[in-house]
Design a protein around this ligand. Structure first.
Ligand code: MLT
Ligand code: MN
Ligand code: ZN
Length: 306
């Protein structure tokens, strides 16, 4: 089972087009040691040829260009993306669907009912794209059974409902429903190796912790270092937790949660990193703290074989 991080940044990317925070300005001018990052997405493959795109980010075209394995070039119009799954209906995870409208056949799309409803109402790219390639939409349900995709032979996917946030445009932003946000456990049935992917986790509930403890690779919410990061920078009067993201530092933060996971050989990697997050600076003190806790910072192109 191959997993590739296509985009390790949160919504907005790094640098964000209109942002002059220390990180965005620094990476633009080359005055800090940090790598640019595109918006939140991974790709998963069982055979290295057919890929499941997990989240279709606004940067999907640049991500396809940067990852040649996603274009096998077998015929005049082709793609290695055999299916798409989105973990929520947030703009940074679904806007890329618009960029894939030239697909020759309906796009195979896996979402929960809650996400599909948002994509047919508040941000109606579902019905809109039916005038282009359209979708063959598959429902992710919570019946206890695994999700098995033709595109991923030998890989089992288990969806874990998360407490995070529906998008700001959703009528369910403040009235959460089951399936607004999910985490995913990918199991290679042959090796027994597991990966847990959750770019947005607001609250660590027992099933989430169980999923995290079962995994050999964690790709989890690294949005913000502190809960009031955006407020302190004078950018936005919103806490990370209000946006459905558990910060890394402080009591009950992601560092503490990850410290409690002691599985031998586990890799702990942060993804969906907001451009304001000081962990983006390769030689900064926050990065050093993460290293001391055995936590890695995801980057575009980071690849795993499980
Ligand atoms: C989030 O993760 O909170 C959202 O995706 C932010 C956004 O894209 O506007
Ligand atoms: Mn996001
Ligand atoms: Zn910034």
């Amino acid at each position: 089972m191959k997993i590739k991080v296509l985009g390790s940044s949160a919504g907005g990317g790094f640098p964000q087009w209109n942002c002059n925070c220390r990180n965005c300005d620094g990476v633009r001018r080359g005055t800090i040691n940090a790598a640019r990052r595109t918006q939140s997405s991974i790709a998963v493959s069982a055979n290295g040829v057919d890929w499941l795109l997990v989240n279709a980010s606004p940067d999907v075209l640049a991500q396809i260009a940067a990852n040649p394995e996603l274009q096998p070039a077998r015929r005049i119009r082709d793609t290695g993306i055999a299916a798409i799954l989105t973990v929520d209906a947030q703009i940074d995870h679904v806007t890329g669907l618009l960029m894939l409208r030239e697909h020759a056949t309906p796009l195979s799309l896996y979402t929960t009912d809650a996400v599909w409803e948002d994509l047919c109402t508040g941000f109606p790219i579902g019905p809109l794209l039916f005038d282009y390639c359209g979708f063959e939409r598959h429902a992710i349900i919570f019946d206890g059974g695994p999700l098995l995709l033709d595109a991923l032979p030998g890989v089992q996917i288990d969806a874990v409902p998360l407490t995070s946030k529906a998008p700001p445009y959703s009528p369910h932003r403040t009235a959460p429903r089951l399936g607004d946000n999910i985490g995913l456990v990918f199991t290679n049935r042959a090796s027994g190796k597991r990966a847990f992917y959750a770019p947005g986790i607001g609250v660590i509930e027992p099933p989430v912790l169980d999923a995290m403890r079962s995994a050999d690779l964690l790709l989890v919410d690294g949005t913000m270092w502190t809960d009031d990061e955006m407020i302190r920078l004078g950018i936005l009067q919103k806490r990370a937790t209000e946006m459905g993201h558990l910060p890394q530092s402080g009591p009950g933060g992601m560092i503490e949660v990850l410290d409690s996971i002691e599985r031998a050989g586990v890799r702990k990697v942060l993804v969906h990193i907001n451009n304001t997050n000081p962990i983006l600076v390769d030689d900064g003190p926050e990065r050093r703290t993460l290293s001391e806790h055995g936590i890695e910072v995801g980057y575009d192109g980071m690849a795993f074989d499980l």
